[in-house]
Design a protein around this ligand. Structure first.
Ligand code: NAD
Length: 308
């Protein structure tokens, strides 16, 4: 059945996600502050509107795909916001990666107004968004999950109910923290192997069939000319920006503080990213953290003089 989607935030993720919804035969009314993002999304068949209010009027489902918690709050709050204009017929879904506090705040604020809200962050990156194979992790009331899963279907390879309110975000934050800790393991392993005289490709093959294997090692291994998907092949042009990686690790550290869990490895990952950011490299790929650990600060695949 055809549905009407309202979509707020048509950036790197929202753009290709909405194109897949249109391709599945639904109507999408999109809003973004960036003209360029709107122009790109229009090419994918999104009907561009000029306000949140216009986007959500008569919609079946309202998605937000915005950078951070503060953006999500600002789109929900206020006279021009979602809370003031949504009806209890609509399902509200936030797919942004936000902090736990923001997620709880949006759940509570929606419930107080009699509105239905689900947190549904994603994993799979820009390529997963384009191919419609993102993993979605859902948090909220059980009776909303089937409906949410149906609206998500055109964008998703796998949708998993994580649990009650904010459990989707909790899963996303823990998952990404594990990813960046694994990335440090690949950075240190690859450089030590090199200094000990191992052939880089041979060592990567050994790790791939041994206990050093991980998603980061398989997909982001920070050495050039071994795997196709490595940013190291392309002078560390971002596949996942360092400043966004820092944001995600920061969400885990905040959650660690509020729960009392000690996170020394995640703390170290944050320090690695901060070091790159302080050198003006926040827009480079997060796997460039290898640069922080080599004996002389040079790294195979990284030429600071060369643009991308
Ligand atoms: P992005 O910066 O490319 O897009 C966000 C869009 O939101 C921008 O176009 C911006 O103009 C728009 N925006 C900001 N404030 C707005 C407002 N008040 N009203 C309307 N539009 C507004 O970011 P992205 O890469 O699309 O990521 C979106 C979210 O998804 C983030 O939380 C990110 O952490 C998460 N995420 C990203 C990836 C990835 O690989 N890029 C993967 C998984 C999750």
């Amino acid at each position: 059945m055809m549905s009407t989607y309202a979509w707020i935030g048509l950036g790197n993720m929202g753009g290709p996600m909405t194109a897949n919804i249109v391709a599945a035969g639904h109507e999408v009314r999109g809003f973004d502050l960036s003209e360029q993002a709107c122009a790109e999304a229009a090419k994918g068949g999104v009907q561009i509107v000029s306000s949140v209010i216009e986007a959500i009027e008569g919609a079946d489902v309202v998605f937000t795909m915005l950078p951070k918690g503060a953006h999500v709050r600002s789109v929900y709050e206020g006279e021009q916001g979602i809370w003031a204009h949504a009806t209890n017929q609509m399902l509200l879904i936030d797919s942004s990666t936000v902090d736990i506090e923001t997620s709880r705040y949006i759940h509570e604020g929606s419930a107080q107004r009699g509105l239905s809200f689900v947190d549904a962050p994603v994993s799979g990156g820009i390529s997963g968004a384009a191919s419609g194979t993102l993993a979605f992790m859902l948090g909220g009331a059980e009776e909303l999950m089937e409906r949410a899963t149906n609206y998500i279907a055109p964008m998703s390879g796998r949708t998993i109910v994580a649990g009650a309110a904010s459990m989707g975000i909790a899963a996303k934050i823990c998952n990404n923290m594990m990813l960046f800790i694994d990335l440090m393991a690949s950075a240190e392993g690859s450089q030590l192997a090199h200094q000990l005289g191992l052939d880089p490709e041979v060592f990567w093959e050994i790790a791939s069939v041994s206990s050093g294997r991980s998603w980061a090692q398989q997909t982001w291994y920070p050495v050039p000319d071994i795997i196709d998907t490595a940013a190291a092949n392309n002078n560390f042009a971002a596949t996942f920006r360092t400043d966004l990686a820092r944001k995600d690790v920061g969400l885990a550290l905040d959650a660690g503080q509020s729960t009392g869990v000690r996170l020394p490895a995640a703390t170290l990952a944050a320090e690695h990213f901060d070091e790159l950011i302080s050198q003006g490299l926040g827009d480079k790929d997060c796997s460039l953290i290898v640069k922080n650990i080599t004996p002389d600060g040079t790294v195979r695949g990284w030429n600071p003089e060369q643009g991308n």
